[in-house]
Design a binder for this molecule. Structure first.
Ligand code: PLP
Length: 438
């Protein structure tokens, strides 16, 4: 069969798609696997109980019978392309109550997961442009700090349109301990980028907290990015998949802002509902209208099931309580455990941990490791432990001459404590041997 260029672009194997298949296969195998590779959120009992209870109530919330319940109504009817109106109304109330953003329903659209939102947004703001005088140009998405989320890499319908800035690496302490570093935006490099000053950037985007590193851009960094975005008349897209106010897996003391030049993307996935595929975009009405139009073509209407479960939880703030009192403390505890285990295994070796500031991952830097972390990935896999090597997390960067991009790994901390301990023990054993034999 012959596929179009579009078809070829989306079906060609990429390094990461092979790796993801590896992760999937490992889960299906009957060999025990220390799965520290995926992006699935943790299983947290209190969270699952609330979702189950809400789910049951939705099936029984009408006196005239289950056939008239909220759950059947949401499953048996399309919403309009913007998304489930009751959920959008609940979100407007929620955001205005907590942030005073003065939103209306025209500021919110739903998507089938936030990955779907990035597909829309990166193709809206990156790729081929034609101006009023019919002049063509090509614009890219500016990633002000890489490493960045792997899922951005291949979403453009044609080619790849990213301009990325490498970070400043700063050694920092964490809870009084040495052995940590933090990435900071290199504003000097960013502001002098020809692509930016010459109008070849269509939007700026960052995840905050960042997948893969757990970095949280500071308020000062965010406000500088917002100013740059305004100066060059491009939107600032903030990927809030792990951020405030839900799931709120964020430990540093920062604030979340929105204005009409900001596009905020939220997701229900990391509160524990990745299977309902629900993303939320908060943006100016012009962007919401564009996303709704794309929804109409690609999805007819976005899925309503997650919306119907989340609506009561957003209306009564349970989603915020759950995030603040269950989800955030859970991951904070996991982060403490992981630091202790890693220090125990590799405290005397050149391991540097990115300061854990949020999200569900650790980013480990093995300085001057004698092999690349792609090779390390293979060695760990042989011993039944799965992580993700760093080289895939640099969309828009040619990493062939950038050693740092071959010295890090992403490790999930969402696994149960036993898996975390076993996985880190294997990482310790393999990495110690590599350094000892060098
Ligand atoms: N953004 C980031 C930073 C992520 O880590 C993920 C998923 O892992 C997504 C977006 C997409 O999530 P979803 O499509 O499940 O909302």
């Amino acid at each position: 069969m012959k596929f179009s260029k579009f078809g070829q672009k989306f079906t060609q194997p990429t390094g990461i798609s092979q790796l993801m298949d590896d992760l999937g296969d490992a889960l299906k195998s009957d060999q025990p696997v220390n799965m520290l590779g995926g992006g699935n959120p943790a299983r947290i009992d209190a969270v699952n109980e609330l979702f189950l209870q809400t789910y049951r109530e939705l099936g029984n919330d009408n006196d005239t019978g289950e056939a008239n319940s909220t759950s059947i109504i949401s499953m048996a009817n399309y919403s309009n392309p913007q998304g489930d109106a009751a959920f959008i109304e609940a979100l407007v109330g929620f955001f205005n109550r907590h942030y005073d953003w003065n939103l209306t329903a025209d500021n919110i659209a739903l998507t089938n997961g936030s990955q779907n939102a990035f597909f829309f947004l990166f193709n809206l703001f990156g790729g081929a442009f034609v101006d009023e005088k019919n002049a063509s140009s090509d614009k890219s998405i500016l990633l002000p700090l890489t490493p960045e989320y792997i899922g951005y890499s291949d979403v453009h319908i044609e080619g790849q349109h990213f301009t990325a800035v490498l970070p400043h690496i700063e050694e920092v302490t964490h809870e009084g301990e040495e052995g940590f570093f933090k990435y900071r935006v290199d504003f000097e490099a960013l502001e002098s980028l020809p692509a930016l000053t010459e109008g070849r950037i269509g939007a700026i985007c960052c995840s905050r907290p960042t997948n893969p590193t757990g970095n949280v851009l500071t308020d000062e960094e965010m406000s500088r990015l917002a100013k740059i975005a305004r100066r060059y008349e491009v939107p600032l897209i903030i990927d809030n998949a792990y951020g405030m106010p839900f799931p709120n897996i964020i430990y540093s003391d920062v604030t979340l802002n929105w204005d009409d030049n900001t596009i905020l993307c939220f997701s229900l996935s990391k509160i524990g509902l990745p299977g309902v595929r629900t993303g939320v975009i908060v943006a100016a009405p012009e962007v919401i209208a564009a996303v709704s139009a794309m929804n109409a073509v690609v999805n007819l209407s976005p899925t309503r099931f997650g919306a119907s479960i989340a609506t009561p939880l957003v209306e009564n703030d349970a989603i915020k309580d759950l995030s603040d009192n269950e989800i955030k403390p859970f991951y904070q505890q996991q982060a403490q455990t992981a630091v202790a285990l890693l220090k125990n295994e590799l405290g005397d070796y050149p391991l540097m941990i990115h300061k854990p500031e949020g999200a569900i991952f650790f980013w480990l830097w093995f300085k001057d490791l004698p092999i690349t972390t792609l090779e390390l990935y293979e060695r760990l896999k042989e011993k039944g432990t799965l992580i993700v090597p760093s080289q895939y997390f640099f969309p828009g960067v040619d990493v062939s001459d950038y050693q740092h991009a071959h010295e890090c790994i992403r490790m999930s901390i969402a696994a149960d404590e036993d898996t975390l301990a076993k996985g880190i023990a294997v990482i310790g054993e393999v990495v110690r041997k590599l350094y000892d034999e060098a």
